[in-house]
Design a protein around this ligand. Structure first.
Ligand code: PSU
Ligand code: MN
Length: 305
């Protein structure tokens, strides 16, 4: 069998030397945003990590090879590959064996990052419990993966395309400790405040790193999810975005879109309804999460040092 892993040199060096590394997913590139906006967003998010002294590792699968860290050319290739699959944690072995290319989801990225020895992962919005899940059973594998993983996930909450109260309940069911990053409520991606209270709030990256270290030292399980709100000045007007979400969800129902296709469909609809503004907000919150994630990774690397 051909080599199924490539760890980019600078990522391998950083991991060997105990320097901070921050993982990024790639389904947002292949299925979340359109090309070339997706590629440019990946470059800007990687740059945000570098500005904090952290090595970025965008993770994806190209022709059956798992890439931990990608060159700009590889990011361009994957983001522009209209035939790329959407690879969740449970799909990776098949995608490698079949020689396929895939953007990896939150669950896929966590599975790969953990094996590579990366401690922190930043994304935009996690998957969750879809509206109508009591009928459809559509609950993203992301939630179980976050619960199982030793990697800290940083997100801007989840989009209100999901049932957010049920998502919070389900995070508890599977075993995820959710930390509001300078917030008392779950952020809702485009908006800073969903109104859903969180149990814990932290003010600094160091508090997250302390929780990571305690879990590691004491040998406890349980996922760590950091929820950092979009910067207030970049927030979209709640009424407007919520109406757009209602319309998108209704349309998906009428068209019978389900399964792996549902999240990408809703994201595409939202981009269309809101025009360029949703993409701008997406970029702003991802850069913010990259910054927060890089600070957490830096703090963890110091404590492990
Ligand atoms: N939510 C977003 N943007 C995204 C995704 C979710 O706001 O790009 C992507 C992420 O990669 C996430 C995946 O892991 O969709 C979840 O898909 P599903 O609901 O099919 O598990
Ligand atoms: Mn699903």
């Amino acid at each position: 069998m051909r080599d199924s892993w490539i760890v980019k040199d600078e990522v391998r060096d950083a991991l060997c030397e105990g320097k901070p590394v921050l993982a990024f997913e790639s389904t947002v590139l292949t299925h979340g945003l359109s090309y070339p906006t997706s590629r440019d967003l990946a470059f800007r998010v990687e740059a945000a990590a570098r500005r904090q002294g952290c090595i970025p590792a965008t993770i994806g699968i190209i022709d059956g090879v798992i890439h931990v860290g990608m060159t700009p050319e590889e990011i361009d290739q994957l983001a522009g590959d209209g035939r790329a699959c959407k690879g969740s944690g449970f799909d990776i072995a098949f995608l490698v064996a079949a020689g396929r290319s895939a953007g990896v989801t939150v669950s896929g990225t966590l599975a790969i990052a953990e094996r590579a020895g990366i401690h922190v992962f930043a994304t935009g919005g996690i998957g969750g419990v879809h509206r109508g899940a009591s009928e459809t059973f559509d609950i993203s594998h992301d939630l179980a993966s976050i619960a199982r993983s030793q990697v800290v996930t940083v997100c801007a909450g989840a989009k209100a395309i999901l049932d957010l109260p049920k998502t919070v309940e389900y995070l508890e069911t599977v075993g995820v400790c959710v930390l509001g990053y300078r917030t008392d409520t779950l952020p809702a991606f485009y908006t800073a405040d969903s109104g859903i209270p969180l149990t814990y709030r932290v003010e600094s990256a160091e508090e997250v790193a302390d929780a990571f270290m305690a879990r590691r030292t004491l040998g406890f399980g349980g996922g760590l999810l950091v929820a950092a709100p979009i910067p207030k000045e970049k927030e979209l007007p709640p009424d407007e975005i919520n109406q757009a979400i209602e319309d998108a969800v209704k349309l998906a129902g009428t068209k019978g879109v389900r399964g792996k296709a549902l999240t990408p469909y809703l994201l595409a609809q939202l981009a269309e309804i809101t025009g360029g503004r949703s993409v701008e907000a997406n970029l702003a919150l991802l850069e913010n999460n990259a910054r927060v994630g890089a600070e957490i990774a830096t703090s963890i690397s110091r404590k492990l040092g």
